[in-house]
Design a protein around this ligand. Structure first.
Ligand SMILES: [Zn+2]
Length: 282
């Protein structure tokens, strides 16, 4: 595939020709950084694992050059760090048996700039090559600016497609800020109760980010357990792992729907719910 940056890569774990590898995709995840996919999208990875008719493709948008580095990575240059993070993402693609792993290789500042359209063009190209049924990306209420930048560019890319080429669902997932605050009837509830071993492996390959002391692997598994435990106060738990997503599908079925208004609606309903409960006991 031809992308705007010459250094972009399509990695295919099982060495199928690139176009065939991408065309088999059913579930596509577009994330900002190496490790975000494995933190936010365990459910589609597990759903596609070892299936002949379901395939997961990951897209990482940024180049990893600005990554924090500690321990054995402390003295690594930006380019060395980039190579480490690419290698870690390829390991995840092998462990998770992804259809393909696309690295778009943009500096973060390009993703945080709303007037930069090259990443949107690349996302459109990926979307046309993969024709996914479901797309996963960051949610619009994440607190990391690069994550929000990716989510907005994904929306712009899908809105640019003819309506018959758009995926049927777009989900915004949790990384930097959970989605427990969404009203229960507005949560997309994605179960990841099985294969904890595989989930741990997918998170664990991102050693350069974990070995500095930030246990993203434990934190991600802990959030999945906490979501499952606190999802419903009266029911006995059946799920032991859940991740939540904000359903961004209305923003792609109606390209004129205002993004600010859409997110504000979720925040307003949360605020109303809090106020209702306090009022009820006063
Ligand atoms: Zn990230």
């Amino acid at each position: 595939m031809k992308f705007n940056r010459d250094t972009a890569v399509v990695f295919v774990p099982d060495n199928l020709p690139e176009d065939e590898a991408l065309a088999r995709t059913t579930h596509l995840c577009i994330a900002a950084h190496q490790d975000d996919i494995e933190i936010m999208a365990p459910q589609p990875i597990l759903e596609c694992f070892q299936q002949e008719d379901k395939w997961f493709t990951g897209v990482v948008v940024t180049d990893g050059r600005g990554s924090p580095r500690k321990g054995i990575y402390e003295k690594y240059s930006d380019e060395e760090m980039r190579l480490v993070r690419f290698k870690e993402q390829y390991k995840a693609a092998v462990v998770g048996e992804y259809a393909a792993q696309v690295m778009l290789d943009y500096p973060s500042k390009v993703i945080k700039n709303g007037s930069e359209t090259a990443p949107v063009e690349d996302m459109i190209a990926v979307m046309k090559a993969t024709r996914p049924q479901i797309v996963f990306t960051h949610n619009l209420a994440d607190k990391h600016l690069t994550h929000v930048g990716v989510a907005v560019k994904v929306l712009q890319a899908i809105r640019n497609l003819p309506s018959h080429e758009r995926p049927s669902h777009l989900y915004g997932c949790e990384v930097w800020r959970g989605l427990d605050w969404l009203m229960d009837n507005e949560k997309v509830v994605l179960e990841s109760s099985t294969q904890g071993n595989l989930q741990a492996a997918l998170l664990g390959v991102h050693d350069s980010q974990i070995s500095g002391g930030k246990r993203y692997d434990l934190a991600a598994m802990g959030r999945r357990l906490a979501n499952a435990t606190y999802f419903a106060s009266h029911d006995v738990d059946t799920a032991t792992g859940l991740t939540y997503a904000m359903d961004l599908t209305p923003l792609i079925t109606d390209p004129n729907l205002d993004i600010h208004d859409f997110v504000q609606g979720h925040i307003d309903r949360f605020a109303q719910d809090v106020n209702t409960l306090i009022t009820a006991v006063m």
